[in-house]
Ligand binder design. Structure first.
Ligand code: MBD
Ligand code: FE
Length: 293
């Protein structure tokens, strides 16, 4: 049965079931994935005291100001337990909290802007050389996209040996390795740029991402009347020997949800504006400048 034979409702159910599993898979990934190491970095008693105390104080202040009731407190407790039980903490925290941590981190980073990593990075993907085509299904749906540009240092000199670790959702907004039914490594790859730091990566345009609707994170957005959407985006880790890796995302000019990203992770510097080439492909150009580490 192809997608075309399905009703809108069936497609919705399929997409949401797949998306729901994604929240839980992100928990398993978080525990094993070294990109998240540095967790529990041996903070001093003074640091734990200062931050944990301030956090609890902020909670007490909200309870006081909003006159939170016992039934509301017990409902919140149940919701927090549900988030843990279904494994949505990495999803929830990356959507609603990571942007604040990234804004602090970016105060001491120079060069191209970065933004949040999110819960769907997987290391160890196929290594490709520019010009490269990301792994995709034979019948991968989506507008062809050519992502091209240069990686340089802060002075604009090419960085030989630069790599772009890139991953993105498919045209249903689903990520391989997290949503069931997608081939391993689909729409993921590590591309080495040429000697002048130039890269050219062929893929398809991703769809906007929706927070899974059937878990507690989705339940919160519904209960609060919030949009559960992120704008369509490419994720990238851009690296070069001797330079600081940039974690970033690139969005698409004119795309939906650019102005109301639920994860608050868009920045004006991170918007691509693809133009159509003679072969009908959309070509998006972007240059990265990396600082020394
Ligand atoms: C995503 O695809 C994402 O990029 C973030 C930050 C959070 C949830 C899903
Ligand atoms: Fe994403």
């Amino acid at each position: 049965m192809s997608t075309l034979d399905r009703t809108d409702e069936e497609i919705d159910t399929l997409t949401n079931t797949a998306a729901a599993a994604s929240g839980a898979s992100a928990s398993a990934s978080f525990r094993t994935n070294e990109v998240y190491s540095g967790a529990a970095a041996g903070s001093s008693t003074e640091r734990v005291d200062a931050v944990a105390r301030a956090l609890l104080k902020a909670v007490h202040r909200v309870i006081d100001e909003h006159e939170v009731t016992y039934p509301e407190f017990q409902a919140a407790k149940k919701w927090l337990m549900d988030v843990g039980e279904v494994g949505e903490w990495p999803l929830f925290l990356d959507v609603f909290v990571e942007h604040a941590v990234e804004e602090v981190a970016s105060r001491s980073q120079h060069g191209s802007k970065g933004t949040i990593l999110g819960p769907y990075y997987l290391p160890g993907q196929v290594q490709l050389t520019s010009p490269a085509t990301l792994p995709a299904r034979p019948d991968e749906v989506g507008t062809p996209l050519v992502f091209t540009g240069r990686v340089t240092d802060l002075d604009g000199s090419p960085l030989t040996g630069a790599t772009l670790d890139i991953w993105h959702a498919d045209s249903d907004g689903l990520y391989s390795g997290f949503a069931p039914g997608l081939p391993e490594g689909n729409l993921r790859g590590v591309v080495t740029a040429d000697a002048e730091g130039r890269f050219e990566i062929r893929t398809i345009q991703p769809a906007p991402y929706q927070i899974p609707t059937d878990g507690p994170t989705g339940a919160l957005t519904r209960a609060a009347g919030w949009s559960p959407w992120r704008p369509a985006h490419l994720h990238l880790l851009v690296s070069a020997p001797g330079h600081r890796t940039i974690t970033t995302q690139l969005y698409f000019a004119g795309g939906e949800h650019l102005e109301d990203d639920v994860a608050e992770a868009t920045k004006p510097e991170l918007v691509l504006d693809p133009v159509e080439n003679a072969s009908g492909e959309r070509v998006a150009e972007y240059d990265f400048a990396l600082e020394r580490d």
